[in-house]
Design a protein around this ligand. Structure first.
Ligand code: AMP
Length: 467
C-alpha cells in the first residue's frame, strides 16, 4: 500500500515524501481514512507505530480548506487541540504537525509547563489552527484568558493512559467542559484500563477501533540480557559494560528522580559522559539532555519512566534497567525504546537480590525467562567486595517518592517461570509478530469493544480472541 491510495492532498503527499516515508504504517492505513471520514477513533497504539502521522495528516487535511495567510488572528481560530502527557511528547507531536503541514498555510504551536509562558501567549495571540498542549499548562492559559477553545472541532488525547496515570483526569475533564460538544474525538492509548474504557465511553461516539502492534516487536528485534548483581555493585558493572563493549547511546532507567540525579553525578565522577532526564529538570535541561544524547555527545541518559515515555530516539541500541520497575508493564514500555525502525536493540537488566520478585512479575508478563549472563566478578552474593577505589553504587531506595504515578508496588510473587511459555491466551511472545489484521484492511466501523490483552498489544501486537 502507498500513501497515494489514502486520498491525501498533494501537499501532504509531498510532505510525506519529504520525510522519506514510502508506505503507511498499519495504524496510518487504518486511522487516516477513519479520521478523514470524520469518525471518532479509539487507537490502541504505542509511540513508535507512526500514530502521530496517523492523526496529524488527516487533521491537516480536514483543516486545509480553511488555511489562509491572513495576518488577522481572528482568521486563525484553534480548530484542533492535541493533549499529551509530557513536554517531550507534546514537542514531538508539534514537530510532526510542522513537518507534515509544511506545504499548507496552517499554523500550529505547542504549550507546556516548565518554560516561560510569555512567548506562548504571544504565539496564541497571533492565532493558530492547531494547538498541542500538556493539560496543566493549557489550563494556565485558560486561567489567564490567553486561549480560546470555543472553535475546537477535533480533539486528540494522545497517550491517554499515561495522562490518567499522571493524575491529569480532573484537568482533562475541565478542558472537555470548555470545548464545543459537537466535535470529532481521537483517543490513543497503549493500554486499556477500566479507567480508559470509561473515559472513551464518555467521550467517543461510535468510534472506529484500531489496534496495532509496535512497528517492530521486542520479540523480533530486542535481545534481553540479565546480570544478577548486588545493588552496591550495579554502577561498577554498568561502567564495566559500557567500557568493555564500547557502548554508545545507553538509556538507563531508574525509579526515582533522586536516583536519576545521583546516578548521573556518580557516572560523571567515574569518567563517563552521562546526563539525566526527569520531571524535576527544567524544560531547557531536558531538551539539552535529549539533544546531547540523540547527537551522541553523551553516552548515558539516565531516565525515570515518566520522562522517557514517548521518547522517540531513532536506532537506540541499548536500554539498561538499572532498577527494575515496580510495575511489570513498565518494563515493556522501557524496552520498547529500543529495537525500532528495523534496527536490533539490547535490553539489559541489572537485578539485585531484592528485585527477584519484580523480575518474576516481568518474566510472567512477557512469558519468557530472560537469559542470565554470568559475570563472575560482579555476581550477586559473591565473595568479592568492591575495592576501595572503585565506585560504590547507591542502594535503591524504595521509600523515595517516585515520579507522580499513583500505583502501588506489587506484592504478589508468582513462582519463577520456566520459559519460553505461552501466555494464557495462547500467544507465544518468542514468535515473530504477525499483524492481527491485514494492514490494507479498511478501518472498520465497530462499536467500542474490549481489546484483548493490552500487554500482548504492546509486545507483539496481537490480540487473540477465543472463538
Ligand atoms: P510515532 O509513533 O508517531 O511516534 O512515530 C515513530 C517514528 O516513525 C517517527 O520517527 C516517525 O518519523 C516515523 N514514521 C512515521 N510514519 C512513518 C512511515 N509511514 N514510514 C516510516 N517512518 C515513519
Amino acid at each position: 500500500m502507498t500513501f497515494d491510495t489514502l486520498g491525501l492532498l498533494p501537499e501532504l503527499l509531498r510532505a510525506v515524501g519529504d520525510e522519506g516515508y514510502t508506505s503507511p504504517t498499519p495504524i496510518q492505513s487504518q486511522a487516516i481514512p477513519a479520521v478523514l471520514g470524520r469518525r471518532d477513533v479509539m487507537g490502541c497504539a504505542q509511540t513508535g507505530t507512526g500514530k502521530t502521522a496517523g492523526f496529524a495528516l488527516p487533521i491537516l487535511q480536514i483543516l486545509a480548506p480553511g488555511a489562509n495567510t491572513s495576518p488577522s488572528p481572528a482568521r486563525h481560530p484553534i480548530r484542533a487541540l492535541v493533549l499529551a502527557p509530557t513536554r517531550e511528547l507534546a514537542m514531538q507531536i508539534y514537530e510532526s504537525f510542522t513537518a507534515y503541514g509544511r506545504h499548507l498555510a496552517l499554523r500550529s504551536t505547542v504549550v507546556f509547563g516548565g518554560v516561560d509562558i510569555v512567548p506562548q501567549k504571544a504565539a496564541l495571540r497571533g492565532g493558530v489552527e492547531i494547538l498541542v498542549a500538556t493539560p496543566g499548562r493549557l489550563l494556565d492559559h485558560v486561567g489567564q484568558k490567553t486561549v480560546n477553545l470555543s472553535r475546537v472541532e477535533i480533539l486528540v488525547l494522545d497517550e491517554a493512559d499515561r495522562m490518567l496515570d499522571m493524575g491529569f483526569m480532573p484537568d482533562i475533564k475541565r478542558i472537555l467542559s470548555l470545548l464545543p460538544p459537537a466535535r470529532q474525538n481521537l483517543l490513543f492509548s497503549a493500554t486499556f484500563s477500566d479507567e480508559i474504557r470509561r473515559l472513551s465511553k464518555d467521550i467517543l461516539r461510535l468510534p472506529v477501533v484500531i489496534e496495532v502492534a509496535p512497528r517492530n516487536t521486542p520479540a523480533e528485534l530486542i535481545t534481553h540480557t540479565l546480570y544478577e548483581v548486588d545493588a552496591a555493585r550495579k554502577r561498577a558493572l554498568l561502567a564495566h559494560l559500557v567500557r568493555s563493549r564500547e557502548m554508545k547511546q545507553v538509556l538507563v532507567f531508574v525509579r526515582t528522580k533522586r536516583d536519576a540525579n545521583r546516578l548521573m553525578r556518580e557516572l560523571v565522577r567515574d569518567g563517563l559522559e552521562a546526563t539525566a532526564i526527569h520531571s524535576d529538570r527544567t524544560q531547557a535541561e531536558r531538551m539539552d539532555a535529549l539533544a546531547a544524547f540523540k547527537a551522541g555527545t553523551v553516552t548515558l541518559l539516565v531516565a525515570t519512566d515518566i520522562a522517557a515515555r514517548g521518547l522517540d530516539i531513532e536506532h537506540l541500541p541499548f536500554v539498561v534497567n538499572y532498577e527494575l520497575p515496580y510495575v511489570a508493564e513498565d518494563y515493556v514500555h522501557r524496552i520498547g525504546r529500543t529495537g525500532r525502525a528495523g534496527m536490533p536493540g539490547e535490553a539489559i537488566a541489572l537485578v539485585s537480590p531484592d528485585e527477584t520478585r519484580h523480575l518474576a512479575d516481568i518474566e510472567k508478563l512477557i512469558s519468557r525467562k530472560i537469559e542470565r549472563r554470568p559475570l563472575p566478578d560482579f555476581e550477586s552474593g559473591g565473595a568479592r567486595r568492591p575495592r576501595s577505589h572503585e565506585p560504590r553504587a547507591h542502594e535503591p531506595r524504595s521509600t523515595e517518592p517516585r515520579e507522580p504515578r499513583p500505583r502501588e508496588p506489587r506484592v504478589a510473587t508468582p513462582a519463577p517461570h520456566r520459559a519460553p511459555v505461552k501466555a494464557p491466551d495462547g500467544f507465544d511472545f518468542t514468535k515473530p509478530y504477525e499483524p492481527a489484521a491485514a494492514p490494507e484492511a479498511p478501518a472498520s466501523a465497530a462499536p467500542a469493544r474490549r481489546p484483548g490483552r493490552p500487554v500482548a498489544a504492546l509486545l507483539g501486537g496481537l490480540t487473540r480472541r477465543k472463538p
